[in-house]
Design a binder for this molecule. Structure first.
Ligand code: ACM
Length: 629
């Protein structure tokens, strides 16, 4: 008998402690109360909705659950299903448009919201409460438990964005849908598509067929963007692609089902070489040999941040035909995309060709303009007029502030936060997407192992970003956005690697209360998402496990400082040419290097297991990263 009791106790204990009952939702909900116990989804559980609008979400959950569970759920109209989706008849103001409440007990779960967007987000939270195997595409036999919780949740910001640059690299319709699906699961609701640039025009404009016949295709090239060989004269342009208007409408519907709105960007007047390759008369130089750029060099960048274009990639602001062209483009864009905003770029526009053009100089004189920025401002005001006539609002990169812009324009602050501060102080609405916190095309770990890039943005920095700059009235900050430029990205899996986990950090920056942000608490939640992503087949980066190695130099000596973003990792290193592991030196305080030449090798471990990549820093690399701080 005694043995039996001990046995029963053992099982009860392993049931409680052997299973991880902690909740790991990203983004962190506003309020979450957990009680002991769980509900277990079985083949006799039911999924219900209270009206035809909530049906949509119940049907989506059924679609999601049937494969991994192997059960045959079917959504039904009722008020008492095991998983019940209810739209409020009388809105609860705290929940707004996108909030939800999720209450689970031993007999099931009720998700309530004012609008379907909230039910969709409640469903995403529910999926993250279920075991990770819920991401499996095939049936898994296991206990589908849902912890007992009471969650009330709603977003901090209305604009929670990610941008994908589909111009520099064309991502197919199916790839784009997959990316939208991924971001929507973390309650991001805005997908900005950078549809045009020097390297490809990606959206069909029926009245201007050459934009995609010519502008969507470039010659095949690999290698570092900006260093690729130029097109040769008769070379066939075979790489690229575009979305037909029907494709785009399908993508938009797919996004709408996931509470995602698409912001289309037509980047003008600079970054327009693909349009100019299609219609050379749009530029000042009218060079008939203009080709869609394959990533070859055509610009010079200087230390003070200024630059020069060696080939003309700008539209001519003094030519009425350019505005006729833009009217055609935006007429079609405005009918395809339901979003009230159209992004018109405005960034990095070189004015050198304008200043040599008789038409531009005459316009400046006529309009009494003192500097070329005023020409760009004139251009943008004309564009704003075109958009307004179609019932659309203008949003652009922060350069649109230079030379002035209409008060209703929304500014995307990318060159740090200063553009956003300035714009908000002038009363413009702002979306914050500064390079310093939101450029997820930057490297995310040790620079000698990550894919080459000129700048770095680590996960912890993304996570610790406060999108409302100090001294700015928060009412002007619509929200924030991460930007994934794709000059160096040619597959969806690489795009995923760059996006996750930094996209999770950004999702939490944009959704969760500022007060609830906590890096040490975020790290284990990221690790749980890794497990889910793995089952789902979504790529991600584990660079945050890698050591961070800084070198200080003084009087010809070098001192190494090492740490890691993830708390509690052990950093082991060698300076004797050996491979580092648990038998090597364990880092505890700055290491003064003896006279060399020395190669340093560093690796991280957790609980006796290697977790970070091997970092090898040769003597030149060490010297190159000396800081005198
Ligand atoms: C930009 O990164 N050029 C907006």
């Amino acid at each position: 008998m005694k043995k039996l009791i001990l046995f029963a106790l053992f099982f009860a204990l392993t049931r409680v402690y052997g299973q991880d009952s902690a909740i790991h939702v990203i983004p962190q909900p506003v309020e979450i109360q957990q009680s002991t116990g769980e509900y277990t989804l079985t083949s006799v559980s039911t999924i219900g909705f209270n009206n035809q609008d909530s049906r949509k979400i119940a049907d989506m959950l059924v679609q999601k659950l049937n494969n991994p569970t192997g059960f045959s759920f079917k959504a039904e109209q009722t008020n008492s299903a095991s998983i019940q989706f209810n739209l409020n008849k009388v809105p609860v103001s705290q929940l707004g448009k996108e909030g939800y409440s999720l209450v689970s007990g031993t007999s099931g779960v009720v998700i309530t919201a004012n609008e379907t967007a909230g039910l969709f987000y409640g469903m995403q939270t529910l999926l993250q409460l279920l075991p990770k195997e819920i991401e499996s595409k095939t049936a898994v036999s296991m206990a589908w438990t849902i912890p007992i919780v009471k969650i009330t949740d709603y977003p901090r910001f209305g604009w929670r964005g990610l941008m994908l640059d589909v111009s520099r690299n064309f991502f197919t319709k199916e790839e784009v849908k997959s990316y939208i699906d991924q971001l929507s699961r973390y309650k991001l609701n805005t997908f900005h598509m950078h549809l045009t640039d020097d390297n490809g025009w990606r959206i069909e404009i029926k009245s201007l067929p050459k934009l995609t016949e010519v502008g969507a295709w470039r010659v095949p090239r690999y290698g570092q963007f900006g260093g690729r060989a130029k097109p040769v004269s008769d070379e066939k342009a075979t790489v690229g692609g575009f979305y037909t208007q029907d494709d785009m409408k399908e993508i938009i519907r797919y996004a709408q089902d996931r509470n995602v709105t698409i912001v289309p960007e037509i980047d003008i007047p600079g970054h327009s070489m693909a349009a100019i390759a299609s219609y050379p008369e749009l530029s000042c130089t009218k060079d008939q040999d203009t080709k869609v750029n394959p990533g070859s060099s055509f610009s010079e960048w200087y230390k003070d941040g200024t630059f020069k274009m060696l080939l003309d990639n700008t539209l001519n602001p003094s030519d009425e035909k350019v505005y006729e062209f833009l009217d055609k483009v935006f007429t079609e864009i405005a009918t395809i995309f339901p979003n009230p905003y159209i992004h018109v770029g405005g960034d990095e526009c070189y004015k050198g060709f304008w200043m040599k053009d008789a038409g531009c100089l005459a316009l400046m004189k006529k309009m009494n303009m003192a500097k070329p920025e005023e020409l760009q401002a004139y251009f943008m005001k004309r564009v704003e007029g075109i958009l307004k006539a179609k019932g659309k609002k203008l949003i652009g990169w922060d350069e649109i502030l230079e030379g002035g812009i209409g008060p209703e324009a929304t500014v995307m602050s990318w060159r740090g936060i200063k553009g956003g501060i300035e714009a908000a102080k002038m009363g413009h609405n702002v979306v914050m997407t500064p390079t310093t916190y939101a450029y997820i095309d930057y490297q995310q770990g040790e620079q000698t192992i990550e894919p080459p890039m000129y700048a770095s943005l680590r996960l912890e920095k993304c996570y610790n970003w406060e999108p409302v700059p100090e001294g700015v009235d928060a009412k002007y900050i619509l929200g924030g956005q991460g930007n994934l430029w794709a000059e160096q990205i040619v597959t969806l899996h690489h795009a995923e690697y760059m996006t996750w986990p930094r996209g999770w950090a950004l999702a939490e920056d944009f959704w969760s209360p500022k007060e609830s942000k906590n890096w040490a608490n975020f790290v284990p939640r990221v690790e749980k998402q890794f497990e889910r992503a793995e089952i789902e087949g979504v790529n991600y980066s584990t660079a945050f496990y890698d050591a961070i190695v800084n070198v200080r130099g003084k009087d010809g000596e070098m001192t190494l400082e090492m740490n890691s973003e993830v708390p509690g990792l052990d950093v082991f290193y060698t300076i004797d040419g050996a491979m580092p592991n648990i038998y090597s030196n364990k880092y505890s305080s700055p290491v003064k290097l003896p006279p060399g030449p020395i190669t340093v090798r560093v690796v991280t471990y957790r609980n006796g297991k290697q977790i970070g990549h091997l970092i090898t820093l040769n003597p030149e690399e060490l010297k190159g990263r000396i800081s005198t701080r």
